[in-house]
Design a protein around this ligand. Structure first.
Ligand code: FES
Length: 319
C-alpha cells in the first residue's frame, strides 16, 4: 500500500469500460450506492487506488454536471510502472477501486479566447475545458497532436467541431507548427496544453507571441525530476509546536516528517499531483515539482515535500 490515508478512501464501482482508441480505455466510475460524488471543475484529476495498491492520477474527462459519475481515460503504457497495464488487463465492469480527490492544479481561468494543445492522451483534461468554453460561448480552438490516428482518443472531436479542431499526426514525418497554428491571437487569449514533455518544453518558444503567464501547462512528470536536488542536511522546524527535526542528506522531507509521526498525505510522490502541499513560513525551498510557476516559486510560501528539499539551513513549515 503506497499511502495509508487511502485505507479509508471511498469506493467507486466501474460501471462502464469503453475503448476510445486502440490503446486507450475510458472508465465510468460511480459510487456503489449511486450517490453523488464531490464536485469538480475542468482541469481536475482524481487518484485511483488500484487493487494492487498502486496509486495513479487521472484527469477527469467527463461531464462535470453529471454529479453521480466520473470518467477517466487511461492509455496503455507498456514501458510504464504497471498502473495502466493493471487497468487495461485486470479491471472489469463491476470491479471496485478507491479514489482520492478531486484536486485541480490546472484550472480554466476566464479569457476572451482559448487555445488548447493536446499531445496524445493529454487530450483528457482538455475535454471538459472545451465543454465549458462551448457552454459559455467563448471562442476556442484545439490543436490535437499524435503519432498515429488509431491511438488518438476522442478523434470524433475533429468531425464534430471541424472548424475549430486541427488534428496533426507525425507518423509520416511532418512536424506541426504550433506557432503557425497560433497565429496572432487576441491578447487576452489563454493557451492550455497537456502532453508529453518534449511538446510542453517546446511551447514557451512556440507561443512566444503571448506573455508566458498566458500559457498554462499540465505535466505528467516534473521537468526538474532529473536535476539533482540539494543533498545538504537541514533542519525542519514545525511552526505550531516549535519542534525541530533534522533531514539528513538522503531523506525526503515527507519521510522525515513521517518518521517523526507527522503524516503528510501523498499520492504521486513525483511532484505532479499537488496532494502533499505544505505551507512554508521561512527558509528557501529547493523546488523540484511540476506545479509551481516562476512567480509562485519566488513567493516561497509553499512546497511539495515529496520531491523538494531546502537550500537554507532550516525550513519553517506551517505544520
Ligand atoms: S505527492 Fe504528488 S506532489 Fe507530492
Amino acid at each position: 500500500m503506497h499511502d495509508s490515508i487511502y485505507q479509508h478512501g471511498d469506493d467507486l464501482v466501474i460501471t462502464q469500460r469503453t475503448p476510445v482508441s486502440d490503446s486507450v480505455v475510458e472508465l465510468t466510475l460511480q459510487r456503489g450506492n449511486g450517490g453523488r460524488l464531490p464536485d469538480w471543475a475542468p482541469g481536475a484529476h482524481i487518484d485511483l487506488i488500484l487493487p494492487s495498491g498502486r496509486v495513479r492520477q487521472y484527469s477527469l474527462c467527463g461531464d462535470r454536471w453529471q454529479a453521480h459519475q466520473y470518467r477517466v481515460a487511461v492509455q496503455r503504457d507498456p514501458r510504464g510502472s504497471g498502473g495502466s497495464q493493471e487497468i487495461h488487463d485486470q479491471l472489469r465492469v463491476g470491479d471496485r477501486v478507491r479514489f482520492g480527490g478531486p484536486r485541480n492544479n490546472f484550472r480554466l481561468a476566464p479569457a476572451t479566447e482559448y487555445r488548447f494543445i493536446a499531445g496524445g492522451i493529454g487530450i483528457t483534461p482538455l475535454l471538459p475545458m472545451i465543454q465549458q468554453a462551448e457552454h459559455l460561448n467563448i471562442l476556442w480552438r484545439l490543436l490535437y497532436l499524435g503519432r498515429d490516428q488509431r491511438r488518438m482518443a476522442y478523434r470524433q472531436l475533429a468531425s464534430r467541431y471541424s472548424n475549430q479542431v486541427t488534428v496533426h499526426t507525425s507518423g509520416h514525418g511532418h512536424r506541426a507548427s504550433v506557432k503557425q497554428w497560433l497565429g496572432t491571437p487576441d491578447p487576452h487569449t489563454l493557451v492550455y496544453a497537456c502532453g508529453p514533455e518534449h511538446l510542453l518544453d517546446a511551447l514557451p518558444d512556440e507561443c512566444a507571441v503571448l506573455p508566458p503567464s498566458q500559457l498554462r501547462l499540465e505535466r505528467f512528470s516534473s521537468p526538474l525530476a532529473d536535476v539533482p536536488v540539494s543533498r545538504e542536511s537541514f533542519d525542519i522546524v514545525l511552526s505550531r509546536s516549535g519542534r525541530r527535526i533534522t533531514a539528513k542528506s538522503s531523506d525526503s522531507v515527507v519521510n522525515v516528517l513521517s518518521d517523526a509521526g507527522i503524516d503528510v498525505i501523498t499520492s504521486c510522490s513525483r511532484g505532479v499531483c499537488g496532494t502533499c502541499e505544505v505551507g512554508v513560513i521561512e527558509g528557501r525551498v529547493d523546488h523540484r515539482d511540476a506545479l509551481l510557476d516562476d512567480d509562485e516559486r519566488s513567493r516561497n510560501d509553499c512546497m511539495f515535500p515529496c520531491v523538494s528539499r531546502s537550500l537554507s539551513d532550516s525550513l519553517v513549515l506551517d505544520l
